[in-house]
Design a protein around this ligand. Structure first.
Ligand code: NAD
Length: 393
């Protein structure tokens, strides 16, 4: 009897159709639906939510999901699983004490954080998951960056008017393409590996000298630029470069750009504007027909001064791809990996009785929670709220 009572009060887990233009991924795939429906939760999926990732409503229903409208998903769920952040209408529709897990980027979306507080939403941000060994299985930043790095190279190869591999043919010998990867984090390392597999000669630069070994283990050559500082910061991330360091980095990279066919730039500092490493003057020096894929392209600027977010432009004869959402271009595996990351996080957030639990003594939960009951709990965002007016950011 007690079991029946508990079963009656399990969660309604809602999965909306992503509202960001062009987004093809879905937050939860059928394996996850099967798991939660099998455990007695109601899994409410918005009609058509899986279409972009080749998952039909029928495929979701076959593993126990209920298909509903967007309105019902936002208003009836105890827990919303999403990729992108919600808008204010969605938040206003949520039940009292309901929770959401998504990429919220709280440190740059301060208005969203205020709305989460206003509507007393319990919010967890996938981009706030600590970069620790224990949290690796939940690390959606890494799984999606892996896709971005891979796809960036394929886009570059498709645009480059040359082969990537060395070819010895009856029509003559073709030298391999030269690829320069800037930023050797998760996306950058995947880009190095992918470009190597296509036969290019690859070199890579990062402001953290510690990645030299990783670059070399993938067959890349590590580019050394003497800036007088190593920007290795906490948690494996880089610290923001000063103007002086940036100028030295720009000069060092410009010397290489002139003899490279492809630049894949991935340099980022969490919660900060991307470093400008490829100014217009560097693009001018590149060979016509060269390609730049700027994974950091955004409205606030990317790694390349001439990139435009979401667009491919040709400047000084160089094709510049301002890639903004490459994970969405591999939606089947993008969804599958995100869904697995989510399920691994939810193992910490749902207790054995099927209830939401928030154990603040767990470093992953404490690091990932952003707001609860109107209170802002995320340290980095608290600091940003404090320093925003002063910096005018
Ligand atoms: P990111 O997307 O924030 O940045 C990408 C890269 O840009 C980083 O390697 C950074 O050093 C580099 N960068 C920043 N400013 C630069 C500048 N001015 N010039 C040149 N390069 C610059 O980082 P990411 O890929 O998400 O992860 C970074 C690191 O975090 C990884 O390489 C790894 O060491 C660590 N990490 C750890 C785990 C784990 O332990 N579970 C998981 C993922 C990542």
């Amino acid at each position: 009897m007690a079991e029946a009572a508990a079963a009656a009060h399990k969660l309604t887990i809602g999965v909306p159709k992503e509202s960001v233009q062009g987004e093809l991924r879905v937050a939860l795939t059928p394996d996850g639906v099967k798991k939660y429906a099998g455990a007695g939760h109601k899994v409410l999926i918005e009609k058509g939510a899986g279409k972009g990732a080749s998952i039909s409503d029928e495929a979701f229903e076959a593993v126990g999901a209920t298909i509903g409208t967007g309105k019902s998903v936002w208003s009836e769920s105890d827990l919303i699983l999403s990729i992108h952040k919600p808008n204010e209408t969605d938040l206003a529709a949520m039940k009292k004490d309901a929770a959401i897990v998504a990429f919220l980027q709280p440190m740059i979306n301060l208005d969203l954080v205020k709305d989460l507080q206003k509507h007393k939403v319990t919010a967890f941000s996938m981009d706030a998951i600590p970069r620790t060994t224990r949290a690796q299985y939940m690390d959606a930043l890494s799984s999606q960056a892996t896709i971005a790095g891979y796809k960036a190279v394929l886009l570059a190869a498709a645009e480059l008017p040359k082969f990537f591999p060395l070819l010895t043919t009856a029509a003559g010998n073709i030298p391999p393409a030269k690829v320069l990867v800037i930023g050797a984090g998760v996306a950058g390392l995947m880009a190095i590996g992918t470009a190597k597999r296509l036969g290019a000669v690859v070199e890579a630069y990062d402001a953290r000298a510690v990645v030299k070994e990783q670059v070399e283990s993938l067959g890349g050559r590590f580019v050394e630029i003497d800036t007088g500082a190593d920007l290795a910061g906490a948690g494996g991330y880089a610290k923001e470069a000063t103007e002086d360091i940036l100028a030295k980095q720009q000069a060092g990279l410009a010397a290489r750009a002139a003899r490279t066919d492809v630049i894949i730039s991935t340099a980022a500092v969490p919660g900060r504007k991307a470093p400008l490493l490829v100014p217009a003057s560097t693009v001018e020096q590149m060979q016509p027909g060269s390609v730049i894929v700027d994974l950091a392209a955004s409205e606030t600027g990317g790694n390349c001064e001439l990139s435009e977010p979401g667009k491919t432009v040709v400047k000084h004869g160089v094709t510049i791809i301002g890639a903004t959402n490459l994970p969405s271009t591999v939606p089947v595996h993008g969804s599958l990996m995100y869904s697995k990351n989510l399920q691994n996080l939810l193992a910490l957030l749902i207790d054995e009785n099927g209830q939401l639990k928030i154990d603040m003594s767990d470093e992953i939960v404490a690091g990932t929670i952003i707001t609860r009951d109107g209170e802002l709990l995320h340290e980095g965002t608290k600091q940003r709220m404090g320093d925003t007016p002063a910096k005018g950011a």
